[in-house]
Design a protein around this ligand. Structure first.
Ligand SMILES: [Zn+2]
Length: 387
């Protein structure tokens, strides 16, 4: 913990970030800002005037008021700055630009198939970043930076991709350090799930919840944990590995070295293996769901079993962190209504808090372009988040 004294410059910067963050969440009046922050109206006005003059905030409409003058609402100017988002997954690489309200301004898929190693891939990526800048006419001074998301584990502090499985070209590559040689701006790295959790926090269901997890169920099972409105990374930045929490101490060995991990039972490859025993031609979760929806009880049981496994992992997290909600994304998103009822029932039958409050189970609200928006939100979060 940082116990050093805070000088007036820090306080000023803190209050400016605090107010920017509140306005970013939803349009608000100056009086409401004073009430929410505990600052005087005069102090709020000085900061707001500065934010308006710098172009970050605009006056927009008036709030409902029963009596007297209706207060003017303040809103974020979405085009005041931009963030670049780069998502590198196992099968594709995507680049895009997102504005301060999380709206995608440009997107491009980058073909890295000709790259023999990470050095060559980075050269291609650098050229595409320059091209996107030129094509979109983004002013350099409006650029907050570049957010990069990749499969984990990653070292967020040094900006190094460590050793994600089936991601050999990028093993131990300090991608932030390498790209900073070319682009001396704020460049930050997060694992995919953490980046998606940040996108959900700012632009999706996370706006309603201060404590939630974003759970990605596809080839693996990952999560991003948000506690008190901040991404929780753990001691070294490797927290959130819900897929590698054990749900069976007598279970099979997992690639991570633990036994009986949630991922061993509930990742999409594991589910497909079970489905293929019923019908060898089945090749995707979508087909399983379609069969279940059509009333095939054998596939309905697979969906039900998936809900039981996922709920075991979720209840473990709920009992430790007392989160309010779980937001699901990944392959599991397809026709999610079919699994959500069972999942919600299992979790709320078993969680310790069941008699006090329910845990909300939801599908992500950011399905489209979540990869780019998530990556870009890493630097948007850095711009707004309080330390
Ligand atoms: Zn594991």
């Amino acid at each position: 913990m940082n116990n050093s004294a805070r000088n007036s410059a820090y306080t000023k910067s803190y209050n400016r970030k605090l107010i920017t963050g509140i306005i970013h969440r939803e349009p608000v009046s100056r009086a409401e800002l004073a009430r929410k922050t505990g600052l005087t109206r005069a102090a709020v006005s000085i900061i707001v005037d500065e934010l308006i003059s710098d172009g970050f905030v605009v006056e927009k409409g008036v709030a409902e008021a029963e009596l007297g003058r209706k207060p003017v609402l303040l809103d974020i100017n979405p085009e005041s700055c931009y963030a670049l988002g780069l998502n590198i997954s196992r099968d594709k690489c995507s680049l895009g630009i997102v504005n301060l309200k999380g709206e995608l301004k440009a997107r491009k898929e980058i073909d890295l198939s000709s790259a023999a190693d990470a050095g060559e891939a980075l050269k291609i990526i650098s050229e595409e970043i320059k091209r996107m800048h030129l094509e979109t006419g983004t002013a350099p001074k409006k650029l907050l930076g570049l957010g990069i998301s990749t499969p984990g584990p990653v070292d967020v502090f040094s900006g190094t991709i460590i050793n994600p499985p089936n991601f050999d070209m990028w093993k131990n590559v300090n991608i932030v350090g390498e790209l900073k040689k070319e682009f001396p701006c704020n460049i930050l790295l997060e694992n995919n799930s953490a980046a998606l959790a940040l996108a959900e926090k700012y632009y999706g269901l996370g706006k309603k919840f201060s404590n939630f997890i974003l759970m990605v169920v596809d080839t693996g099972i990952g999560s991003g944990i948000v506690i008190n409105d901040k991404l929780y990374r753990g001691f070294g930045g490797f927290g959130g590995e819900i897929g590698h929490t054990s749900i069976n101490v007598n279970g099979d060995l997992c690639s991570c070295g633990n036994v009986g991990c949630l991922e061993v039972y509930a990742s999409m490859p594991a589910v497909l293996k079970k489905a293929k025993r019923i019908e060898p031609g089945i090749s995707s979760w979508n087909e399983i769901v379609d069969r279940a929806e059509a009333g095939d009880t054998r596939f309905l049981e697979i969906v039900e079993e998936e809900a039981r496994y996922l709920s075991a992992g979720i209840v473990n997290v709920v009992n430790i962190l007392e989160i309010e909600a779980v937001v699901l994304t990944g392959d599991i998103f397809y026709k999610h209504g079919i699994i959500m009822d069972s999942l919600s029932r299992y979790v709320n039958e078993r969680a310790m808090t069941r008699k006090v409050h329910r845990v909300g189970l939801y599908a992500s609200e950011i399905a489209k372009n979540a990869d780019i928006i998530g990556a870009a939100t890493i630097v948007i979060d850095d711009f707004i988040r309080l330390y």
